[in-house]
Every structure is written in structure tokens, then in C-alpha cells.
Write a protein that binds this ligand. Structure first.
Ligand SMILES: CSC[C@@H](O)[C@@H](O)C(=O)COP(=O)(O)O
Ligand SMILES: [Zn+2]
Length: 205
């Protein structure tokens, strides 16, 4: 089947274009930063082409990769961070969308705090993350050191898969968040970005 002609593919590409515009509107994908992906019900994975501005994506900027992250069409250049998406899909069959952004809050907080994780506690908005029913809880968001070798970075992230209710940060780089579908991934990203912005404000006081 021609992967760009069928309805499932078209809906997945629309999800990615729409989410990219939303992330850009919020200032989370400056220049060509960020990458977005979506897994279709039939298992195909759609991801952003490398180097595009994620606020101005066209459907043609969304390409198909196999579960190992290889583009289906020879010559297509998938996101440089494709392996961070495919490792999440491989780990959990319930994940349907993965989002990566470079917000000011994620970048600055991960640089000014030297710890291997940020703990978010006491916020009503923690309830956006599955399994959280009260503000009287805390969530650990791991911070991994940045690495231009994405395969190596993926091996550092791997032991934490399944233990990250909100997502994770890459130091001085950005945030990774996921969900069962694009709406859920966007809601979780919006929640985490809000909480990171709150933590950044608290650091100033
Ligand atoms: C504009 S520099 C950002 C990139 O190095 C990278 O971190 C990023 O998020 C976008 O890479 P891409 O290959 O377009 O998916
Ligand atoms: Zn990035």
C-alpha cells in the first residue's frame, strides 16, 4: 500500500502537523528543534523528517520508519533522534505518540540543577499523569546528560523505561513525553511544561 495515500496514514500525519503547530505556538520548538512521532494501529510509525521547522510542517515532512528507526523510503532522512522514539514504542505497545521539545524551562532547569532527577511535588496539576489522584504526591523526572550519539543516549535512558510517569529531560537540551495517542501526549507535555515553568519560577525566589 502506498503509505501516503491511505486514510490511517493521513490522520497520523495530520496529528503530527497539528501537534507541531501547537508546540510552536507555545514556544517549545524554536528554529528546527523538536521531533514528533505517532504509531498507527497497524504498527507503522510516522515521524518528522530531520531539520524541518516543526511549527510549519507539511504532510510530506512526515515519513515512515520501521521499528528499528530505518526510513521505509531510501534517501528519506528521519529525525536525528529517531531512536529515542522507537525505544519507547518497543518498550510499551500502548504508546501511540511521542513528543520532543526544547522549551526554556526544560533547558534551563536541567542545566541549573545538577541532580540526576527533578522531583515535582504538591502541585494540583500532577493529576494530569496517569495514576495520580491527589496533589499530595511527588513525581520523579529523570535528567540524562546530553549526548550527540543518540544510540548511546538511548542505552542510558533504557534502564528507566517503565519508571517515568511524566517523561524525562535531557540536560541543556529538552524534554521527551509520550501518551497512548497524540491528544494524551500533548496534554502530558503541556502539564509537564507547566510544572517545569513553576519550578523555574521557584528557583528565582
Ligand atoms: C536545532 S538543533 C536541535 C537538534 O539538534 C535536535 O535536538 C532536534 O530536536 C531536532 O532534530 P531533528 O533531526 O530535526 O528531529
Ligand atoms: Zn532535540
Amino acid at each position: 500500500m502506498n503509505s501516503v495515500a491511505d486514510r490511517g496514514w493521513s490522520l497520523a500525519a495530520q496529528d503530527i502537523v497539528r501537534a507541531g503547530a501547537r508546540m510552536d505556538q507555545r514556544g517549545w520548538v524554536p528554529a528546527t528543534a523538536g521531533n514528533l512521532s505517532r504509531r498507527l494501529e497497524d504498527g507503522r510509525i510516522a515521524i518528522t523528517r530531520s531539520g524541518c521547522h516543526k511549527g510549519f510542517l507539511a504532510q510530506d515532512d512526515v515519513i515512515e520508519i520501521d521499528p528499528e528507526g530505518r526510513p521505509r523510503v531510501a534517501g528519506d532522512r528521519a529525525s536525528a533522534e529517531t531512536l529515542l522514539h522507537t525505544q519507547l514504542y518497543a518498550h510499551d505497545p500502548a504508546i501511540g505518540a511521542v513528543l520532543h521539545g526544547h522549551s526554556v524551562a526544560a533547558t534551563v532547569l536541567s542545566m541549573i540543577l545538577a541532580e540526576p532527577a527533578i522531583r515535582l511535588a504538591g502541585y494540583e496539576l500532577l493529576k494530569v499523569f496517569e495514576g495520580q489522584a491527589t496533589h499530595e504526591t511527588s513525581i520523579r523526572v529523570p535528567v540524562f546528560d546530553n549526548d550527540q550519539d543518540i544510540a548511546r543516549l538511548a542505552t542510558v535512558v533504557a534502564p528507566s523505561l517503565g519508571t517515568m510517569p511524566a517523561g524525562y529531560l535531557i540536560r541543556g537540551h529538552g524534554v521527551y513525553v509520550w501518551g497512548r495517542d497524540m491528544d494524551m501526549a500533548l496534554a502530558r507535555l503541556e502539564g509537564l511544561e507547566f510544572l517545569l515553568a513553576c519550578e523555574l519560577e521557584r528557583q528565582k525566589r
